[in-house]
Design a protein. Structure first.
Length: 347
């Protein structure tokens, strides 16, 4: 068995702790307690929505890219605050009268609000306290500066978010590994993963726009595949399979020497997350002999550097790895192309 609690691998799951965001959690808590408002800003996969929901598990949640108009957002808010209240046919003005709650209102992807409604909605929301209403909110955006430009009104920005922005920086490789370990320890059985597996997932995540979202998806999918195959643990090839989305047609653009270098790395990575230079060189010498080539280790290093620039391989410290396809599939494809080219030359 691999998975102990599958729900803890889902993106919607809110863990007890959020590693690497302790300072931001404290900052957010102070803003909500004092100013009754906050704006979380950060790129995709930096944990904006998770952070907001962690602060207030009992919240009123609205995705503003799905509910884009002021009226649609108000209907969604009121339906959660007062489930038995009939909003049908009511104008926005009357819906505003019902917005009074101890629960924190989360406005996700707030930049999705229609431009013609945005300034009025955000200004009105931020001034409800003047009417004696109990309202606290956390708005979420990918870029606070772009949002301010979209609002295009200093008075609205001042009351809505000024001095209340919490910016989330992208996670580093080490932070992604730390978070993955916390989630894996919580969701998987002991000894079903190791640090190299988590590091490999982190390397993949850093090459995607999804970052932590990508990392959690790959961890979950790799765990599911490993369990279905009744494997004892998650192996590197299963991780690569969970990320497999690259066409093998790209192999055709490589030179013969580049293919041999990539093949040598793939052979090592078939059973490991990462390969050292020494391990690659050992396989390289054998493969050159198989294809009647003279080994050139200086050229090998140049080819590895070129493959890294072309994103065929990835370097982590002094080790190399393959991220975007299972090594076993890559080996078969490279050997097929090399054998075909050799046959064409011999004719």
């Amino acid at each position: 068995m691999i998975i102990r609690e599958r729900r803890k691998l889902e993106l919607s799951y809110i863990p007890e702790k959020i590693p690497c965001r302790e300072r931001e959690i404290e900052q957010l808590s102070v803003l909500i307690e004092g100013r009754k408002k906050a704006l979380i800003s950060g790129e995709i996969g930096t944990g904006k929505t998770l952070l907001a929901r962690h602060i207030s598990k009992e919240n009123v949640y609205v995705n503003c890219f799905i509910n884009r108009s002021e009226h649609a957002i108000l209907e969604t808010i009121v339906s959660q605050i007062k489930p038995n209240f009939n909003t049908a046919g009511l104008p926005s003005r009357k819906l505003w009268n019902q917005v009074d709650t101890n629960r924190i209102i989360i406005l996700d992807e707030v930049e999705g609000i229609l431009l013609e409604d945005m300034a009025h909605f955000l200004y009105t929301l931020s001034r409800l306290y003047e009417e004696g209403k109990t309202v606290r909110y956390i708005a979420i955006t990918r870029d606070a500066d772009i949002l301010r430009h979209m609002i295009n009104d200093d008075a609205t920005w001042s009351t809505f978010a000024e001095k209340a922005v919490v910016h989330l920086k992208p996670y580093t490789h080490e932070q992604i590994v730390q978070i993955l370990k916390y989630r894996a320890d919580d969701a998987l059985y002991p000894s079903t993963f190791d640090n190299d597996i988590l590091s490999l997932i982190a390397d993949i995540a850093l090459e995607s726009r999804g970052h932590m979202r990508t990392a959690m998806d790959i961890l979950k999918n790799a765990a599911i595949v490993a369990e279905k195959r009744r494997e004892e643990s998650i192996i590197p090839e299963t991780v690569r399979e969970a990320n497999f989305d690259t066409s093998m047609e790209n192999i055709e653009i490589l030179s013969r020497d580049e293919m041999i270098a990539l093949l040598s790395l793939a052979v090592v990575c078939k059973s490991k997350a990462y390969a050292t230079i020494g391990e690659i060189k050992n396989v390289y010498r054998v493969r050159c002999e198989n294809y009647n080539l003279n080994p050139d280790e200086t050229q090998l290093m140049k080819n590895l550097e070129g493959l890294e620039r072309k994103s065929f391989i990835h370097k982590n410290a002094e080790r190399y790895t393959i991220l975007h396809s299972p090594a076993s599939i890559l080996i078969k494809e490279i050997e097929r192309v090399l054998d075909r080219n050799n046959n064409l030359k011999s004719k």
